[in-house]
Design a protein around this ligand. Structure first.
Ligand SMILES: NC(=O)c1ccc[n+]([C@@H]2O[C@H](COP(=O)([O-])OP(=O)(O)OC[C@H]3O[C@@H](n4cnc5c(N)ncnc54)[C@H](OP(=O)(O)O)[C@@H]3O)[C@@H](O)[C@H]2O)c1
Length: 301
């Protein structure tokens, strides 16, 4: 066996290595983002723009493999200034042409118009369609996508929350006509934009109630705690920072221990102490009931 010493960038390899493997290793070291998928994002608003930025910052998709379209140019120009390698266009068909996956990130009432434009040129044998549109399910999307021959593409529902802008989204993915490999690839991509979970579509309303609406509910808790803090004599901005850090702490403790929240509550509630008095006063005012009712209400259309 021939032992060779290779230097690739600043790395030395002493191993039996074929020329093909050498090219692979060299390419990986020079360009760690692999050409795994070309993604077109239709709509460069809050969601589409955040996904494009997240993908460009992530390690999986090459920036030059990201295509974004939007009818007006300012959002595209902002993206291009931040990431010159992103491909931008005011023409949806141009953005989608090369893509392996087309992600719809437009408002619900724009979807039909966008699909009517895109559908004739989509090649379902190689192009998948994903929707981030709130309230749009796979059945309705498939109905709009179906062509005369009855063929449909791999189809995904991808629902992030607004924390995708800070790469801390809770994102849910449901798929149809996909493969386990494709599902896992999407999970990996969206795990770089926060945390992603593959779920059955029937669980989407409950999941998005917890996570997408949940962002607003968490904000409302922060606001309520701030108002309480101000009444007790703490400045609003100081109260905000205190509450935010306290929530971060609660999340970190739970993540570290993997315990049920009630077990952690037990650790801070001295018998006859102040915390249990506070908790009981909150429950008497309907805290848990209010949260559950809010979650239930946000699953009803
Ligand atoms: N906000 C959330 O928490 C959340 C979570 C999950 C999913 N979603 C879903 O994500 C979708 C986008 O929401 P958003 O908050 O990102 O809305 P947005 O900021 O208004 O973005 C929509 C974008 O679509 C563009 N657009 C309009 N017509 C178009 C067309 N024909 N072709 C291509 N692009 C077009 C708009 O461009 P112009 O501004 O130039 O018109 C705008 O930049 C919605 O369906 C929403 O339900 C939202």
């Amino acid at each position: 066996m021939k032992i060779s010493l290779y230097k690739v960038n600043d790395f030395f390899f002493t191993m039996p290595i074929s020329p093909k493997l050498l090219i692979f290793v060299e390419d990986l070291l020079i360009n760690p983002k692999r050409k795994i998928m070309k993604i077109a994002i239709i709509g460069a608003g809050n969601m589409g723009g955040a996904v494009a930025r997240g993908l460009a910052k992530g390690s999986l998709i090459q920036t030059s493999d990201i295509y974004v379209s939007n009818p007006s140019t300012p959002k595209l120009e902002a993206l291009k200034t931040e990431f010159p390698e992103i491909n931008t266009s005011t023409d949806n068909c141009e953005a989608a042409r090369e893509a392996d996956m087309i992600i719809l990130a437009v408002k619900p009432w724009k979807v039909v118009e966008v699909l009517e434009e895109l559908k004739p040129q989509l090649d379902y044998s190689r192009q998948a369609v994903a929707s981030m549109v709130g309230g749009l399910g796979i059945a309705q999307l498939s109905e709009w996508l179906v062509k005369g021959d009855g063929i449909l593409p791999a189809t995904y529902i991808i629902i992030p929350n607004t924390a995708i802008a800070t790469l801390s989204s809770m994102t849910f993915i449901s798929s149809a006509r996909s493969t386990a490999e494709r599902d896992n690839l999407l999970l990996s991509i969206f795990n770089e934009l926060g945390k992603a979970m593959l779920i059955d579509e029937s669980a989407m309303p409950a999941a998005t109630s917890l996570a997408s609406c949940g962002i607003a509910y968490a904000m409302r808790y922060i606001r309520a705690a701030m108002e309480g803090g101000v009444e007790l004599g703490i400045r609003a901005n100081d109260a905000k920072h205190i509450v935010m850090q306290t929530l971060r702490g609660a999340v970190d403790v739970l993540a570290a221990s993997d315990a049920h929240p009630e077990a952690e509550i037990d650790r801070v509630t001295t018998p006859g102490g102040l915390t249990i008095k506070g908790l009981n006063a909150m429950e008497a005012a309907g805290f848990t009931h209010s949260v559950i009712e809010g979650l239930r209400a946000s699953t009803k259309r």
